[in-house]
Design a protein around this ligand. Sequence first.
Ligand code: PMP
Ligand code: GLN
Length: 375
Amino acid sequence: MSKLPNVTTSIFTVMSKMAVEYNAINLSQGFPNFPVDERLTDIVARLAKENVHQYTPMAGYPPLMNKIAKLIQESYSRTINPDLELLVTAGATQGIFTTILALVKENDEVIILDPSYDSYESPVLLCKAKPVRVALNDDYTPNWETIEKACSEKSRMIIINNPHNPTGKILNETDFLQLEKILSKYPDLLVLSDEVYEYITFEEKHISAHTKNFLLDRCIMVSSFGKSFHITGWKIGYTIAPEYLMKEIKKVHQFLVFSVNSISQFAISEYLDVVDVNLLGKFYQEKRDYFQKLLQNSRFELKPCEGTYFQVASYASISDEDDVTFCKNLIINHGVAAIPISTFYSDHKDQKLIRFCFAKDDFTLESAAKKLCDI
Ligand code: PMP
Ligand code: GLN
């Protein structure tokens, strides 16, 4: 008997595989296709010949942990204790999975906001807990009234993703006030804040859970170096939680992976001395603007994009097909791969929307846009 009967192959795998099969330009799965910063690859090349190949301590390589703490201090003026509140993880995915496994119990409820990234629900189900999917408003702002209605004494966790994949929406101060109001009524309710795109916001500044005092003793924050340093394949990130929660998270982590691969920890530790994460927003804003300009004469209607490297587009004036069929035909007939937004909803709500990843070099964006403008 399957423990996850409704789980099928992830849409990211399906679309990337089809893109390869049909030799299409892959704007589906989110990953950059431009070269990684040479300062980072030089560090790796040098380190490979040094003594960096054995286990690091379970929670992370201490110099890296100190530098992450410094990054949090510089970015959000929050002081964390790296020994007690920080864990280096094999990507944000492992941070999310480990956190849920450690903190959610059978029959607990976990609130997930739709559309939502695909790695939240399965760990909840594996805990024999109940995912409670609550739809965002049509403009992708959270509907705090329905969220509050979904909360009860059974609610153990609410998962927020800010900036938001797939919609590119970010939370504002009012959202945090509403969240605070709900949390004040449910003292055992935790917040899992997925902030993997924390440095990729555009006109508006990212508001991190780290900056909210009411969250500090009940929020688990996950981030990913994959997004911040254009190295999604390295699968390295970190999780920050108050000591009493981190103690439990570490118990699971030590049996899930024990420690994260050493060379990437050593390399990122050094790279953090020279890289400036504050340049990332401008870098991707230019890509977003360029991609939007290239598509301005297409028949796609582009939705607002406040952060992340994803652009949502409506194809309603092009086709009546459901979004999964549209994406498959887009690959087969037009040579461009995208992600159907319905796959981010528990009820697969089809709104004729698809997601393009614009973390690509100019040539790729231009070639894709040319094909998209011909439709
Ligand atoms: N959360 C969100 C919202 C993401 O988009 C991703 C990456 N696609 C992850 C988590 C997972 O990050 P990682 O690759 O570091 O595991
Ligand atoms: N986070 C990536 C995306 O949204 C996909 C990562 C994966 O394939 N699991 O495209």
